[in-house]
Each structure stands twice: as C-alpha cells, then as structure tokens.
Design a protein around this ligand. Structure first.
Ligand SMILES: C[S@@+](CC[C@H](N)C(=O)[O-])C[C@H]1O[C@@H](n2cnc3c(N)ncnc32)[C@H](O)[C@@H]1O
Length: 520
C-alpha cells in the first residue's frame, strides 16, 4: 500500500476509474451525516467563509484539540492535511467509511507515523459541492516539490472571484475550459444545466475533475475531457463557456495552472479565438484573467480582435478588477528572487510587447449582436463585482445604444432615483473675505461598477430631486425653483447630466434597475 511520505509529495489522483460506485455513495452519505458542509465547517472554524480558512499549520486555533466527532476528523485529515491515528479515524468515521476512503485512494498510511493515516488529497465543501484537489505544501520550503500539473485548490479567493462572475445556465449546455477541479462545470450541473463539460490540459486535473464528478453523483451530466484549449472539442457547441485560465507571463514554464507564455495571454487568446466556432448564437462567455493594455491597443480592442471575422456578432464588456504596471508584474513573476538582476531584461521584454499596464479582467462576451452594431464597454469593477453587476453593464450599454438618439429622448418618462451607497463630495472655495462658495461636486459610486463623476455645484439639489417621482422636466423645474439654473439651461442639459450619473450607477432608472449589492 502507498504510504504518504512528507506532505508536500504529490500522490496520484484518487479514485481509480474502476472504483466501485458504492464507495462514492458510502463517502457521500458519511460527508452529509457529518455535516461536512460550508456553513457548519466555517462556523466550527470561526471564519465567515471557508475561503478565509487557515490550516492548523498556519496557526489556526479552532478545532485544534484531539478530534471528538466525524466532522472534526474530516477537517483535520482533509483540510489541515494532518496525520491522525488510524484507530481514532475508524472509531469516529466507522470502519465502512474508512474502507471506502482506502478504496478511493483518499487516505494512506502515513510514513513514519505510528499506525497513523494521512489524506492523499484535500477534500472540502465549496459551492454546494465536495471537491478534491492536491494538498497544499505544508511549508514554504516545500514549494519546489509542487509538481508542474498541480491541481489548483478551488478554495481560494481567485477561484471565488471567478465563480462570482459566472451566471447559472439552467437547461443549457455549459463548458468550463481550464477546469482544474471542474468546479464551475460541476456547479453548473448542480444548479440545473442540462449538461456540462470540464476540460483541462493536465491529465491529473482531468482525473481529479472526473473523481469530483463521481463524488458529487454528477457524472451522468458532467463530461470531463483532456484538451489543450479547444483541441479535443471537435464541433461541440455550448450556451455558456467559462474559463479561469493561467495568465502569468513566463519565459520558462513551471506550473500549468499559472504560466501562460511570454505575455501571459497565450491561453486566454486561444480560448477567445475559438468562441466563433463553439459558442452558440445567444450564448455567453465569461473569463477571468489578467490581460494587458498595449500601446494603441487597449484590452477591449484586443479581445475583440481575437474573435476574428465573427467579432461583430459579439457584444464585449471588460470589467477591470485591479491593475498593475510592468514593474509589479516583474516582481510578482520573479518574486524579485534573483536580486533584481533580470529586472531590466523583463522590463525590456514587456516594452517590446508594447505592454503599458496589466489589468485583472472579467471579460464577458455575448453572441447576440448579429444585425446591429456590436457594443464594446470597459468599466472598473466596484465592490465585489459579480455576474449581476456585469449583467447591468450589458443592459445599460444596450439601453444607451437603442432607446433614443439623445439623452433627453432616452430619459423620456424616466423618473430617476438616487442609488443607495452613492457618495457626494461638495467642493467649497473661499474668497478674500473668508466666505465659502460651492464650486462643484464629485459623485462616487462603488456598485455595480466603480465610477467617479465630476458634477456642477447644483449636484446636491439635483440628487435630492431625483427621488423617483420626477422626470427630467420636473427636475429642471425644481432646479429653477431653487434658483440654481438660469433660463438658458435646457432639458437637454439636465438630461445629459442625469444620464452621466445614471451611466455611472449613481442614479437608477426604472427601465434599467440596479442589482441589489452583494449582502444587501
Ligand atoms: C488557474 S487554474 C483554474 C482551475 C479552476 N478552474 C479554478 O478556477 O479553480 C488554471 C487551469 O488551467 C489549466 N490549463 C493550463 N493551460 C491550459 C491549456 N492550454 N488548455 C487547457 N487547460 C489549461 C491548468 O492545468 C489549470 O488547471
């Protein structure tokens, strides 16, 4: 029998394909009976969400004493990667469950441990699923042991942010490229997709994703395929394609989950290039990756070019969720690890590519622009951006393009209302006598996207008038009553300002409602 030597080692994936289905069912029942779910485990570990969880080795203090129930055994074995006495595991999980764990290759005798067991994989509840992935190294010094095809844990902030951007596709056909554990494909199937595919270039990822499909009893609806981007997908087409590809620039390849060629865009670009062949009319594509603005070629223009001749069938929105310059990219790529001796080489490399800045981007493309001018929109993400924020950007862009030729026409009969969370800063200026005058204002909003709008001095009154009861003519009348505008200010002027504020999300229009912020 395999023994787990040192927790940084990377044992083969669990669950040989011929493992009896019964073993999966026994394990599923045991996980449910032990309440190995997100809310129970995070409450026991004292964290708001399992995305915040620390392992014991990282100085967690909760659930640190000898396990006294099945839930604690599962946490210690599969989240903490701790060794536990075999007799304790058998007593608290039961002999049948322990046998199933052995059958599935999820535990093995721990090397050097005296009749102890260790997990060969991580196992955790997340997104309403149970997922396995490779164990994380226990010490920084073990990082060099991590294999090239390391199976990326789904329990991390990057995956959470990616999943936040992914909508459900009830009844649809979903593809997750670069699937790793298969988390988005499995979640789609769990939430009602008719069929989901998970593909990855790394055979170990494929094995883990297949195992995860069986563990969650979703293998009848989730197909897992080894594929370099689209290579193995033939003529398959999908309603929703999602991807969280590697995107770190790499002059040599170390990790499949991280390294994406000299500019970090090699996988992302090939994914977008394949959409014309694989995304159905009316379909949606969502990708989270760092991309770069190049001289004369910003991200939104570049991703549209990648679509090729079919590009005019797609609306494109890029939501930027963090930016950094070439120097920061160099530091994070190399960790400054060589005393910065290669810094100049990297900066010259980025300069030769024309890179001006990198932006972590959620890119969504919708293939429903045939017969009209396609939309391209770029925004800066606000607080916890998700697919509902993205959806609002699409709705807003469509509305702006189709509901009239002028702001006044587009706002006809609309009664705007100030969005909750809007912030207003009034700028006062003093004169020689020491008196203060209102000279302008700034309106800032963080949801659904982040925006800062410079507004004239009348902004506080205008925002007060926008209480959902007044249309543009009534707002203009209110400003006149307050003595804030002269007779030559027109409805068109007011409509223009109202539309700028509505485009930013600071005002809500009844025909383009704002999504409720996360947690509201
Ligand atoms: C950042 S991980 C994302 C894993 C998972 N989707 C998640 O969000 O947790 C990127 C994944 O892309 C896979 N990958 C890298 N290059 C690929 C390629 N050319 N084609 C398909 N998959 C690739 C890696 O093996 C890795 O599993």
């Amino acid at each position: 029998m395999t023994t787990v030597a040192g927790l940084a080692a990377s044992p083969p994936p669990p669950g040989a394909l011929d493992a009896p289905p019964d073993a999966f069912a026994v394990l599923r029942d045991a996980l449910a009976a032990a309440k190995f779910d997100e809310s129970t485990v995070s409450a026991r570990l004292g964290v708001p969400s399992l995305y915040d969880v620390k392992r014991l080795v990282d100085r967690r203090t909760t659930l640190a004493s000898a396990p006294e129930d099945a839930n604690a055994v599962l946490v210690r074995l599969f989240i903490d990667s701790e060794m536990l006495p075999t007799s304790l595991v058998e007593r608290l999980l039961g002999a049948r469950v322990l046998a199933a764990l052995h059958t599935l290759g999820m535990v093995a005798p721990a090397a050097g441990g005296d009749a102890s067991l260790a997990a060969t994989v991580m196992l955790y509840p997340t997104q309403g699923l149970w997922l396995t992935s490779d164990r994380m190294p226990m010490r920084v010094a073990d990082l060099h042991l991590v294999p090239q095809d390391y199976v990326f844990s789904a329990l991390n902030d990057l995956t959470r942010q990616y999943l936040d951007g992914v909508p459900d596709a009830t009844g649809g056909r979903v593809l997750e490229l670069c699937a790793g554990t298969g988390v988005a494909a499995l979640r789609a199937a769990r939430r009602g997709a008719a069929e989901a595919w998970a593909t990855d270039i790394a055979p170990r990822c494929v094995d883990f994703a297949r195992f995860n499909a069986r563990l969650n009893d979703l293998d009848d609806r989730v197909h897992v395929v080894e594929s370099d981007a689209w290579a193995a997908l033939g003529a398959e087409t999908f309603d929703l394609v999602v991807a969280h590809p590697p995107y770190v620039p790499a002059l040599s390849h170390r990790f499949d989950f991280r390294d994406a060629g000299a500019d970090g865009e090699q996988v992302a670009r090939r994914i977008v290039e394949g959409l014309a062949a694989h995304l159905r009319p009316g379909g949606r594509f969502v990708m989270r990756a760092a991309l770069s603005d190049r001289r004369g070629a910003p991200i939104a223009t570049r991703v549209r070019e990648w679509l090729g001749a079919a590009g005019d069938q797609f609306d494109v929105v890029v939501l930027e969720d963090g930016e950094y310059g070439p120097m920061d990219a160099y530091k994070s790529v190399t960790k400054g690890g060589k005393g910065f001796v290669d810094c100049e080489q990297w900066l010259r490399h980025f300069d030769a590519l024309g890179v001006e800045r990198f932006a972590v981007s959620v890119v969504e493309m919708r293939r429903d622009a045939a017969g009209r001018v396609p939309l391209t929109e770029r925004r800066v993400a606000g607080r916890t951006p998700d697919h509902r924020a993205m959806d609002w950007v699409f709705r807003w862009a469509r509305r702006a393009a189709s509901s009239g030729a002028t702001p006044e026409a587009r706002l006809a009969a609309q009664r705007p209302r100030v969005a909750p969370g809007s912030r207003l800063a009034v700028h006062l200026e003093s004169d020689a006598s020491g008196a203060w005058f209102n000279v302008g204002a700034v309106v800032e909003i963080a949801w659904p996207t982040h925006a800062v709008v410079k507004a004239p001095a009348l902004a506080p009154t205008l925002l007060e008038l926008c209480d959902g009861t007044r249309d543009v003519p009534a707002i203009l009348a209110g400003l006149r009553d307050a003595g804030l505008v002269s007779e030559d200010v027109t409805r068109a002027d007011v409509a223009h300002l109202v539309e700028v504020l509505a485009a930013a999300g600071a005002l809500e229009l009844p025909d383009c409602p704002l999504p409720a912020p996360v947690g509201a």
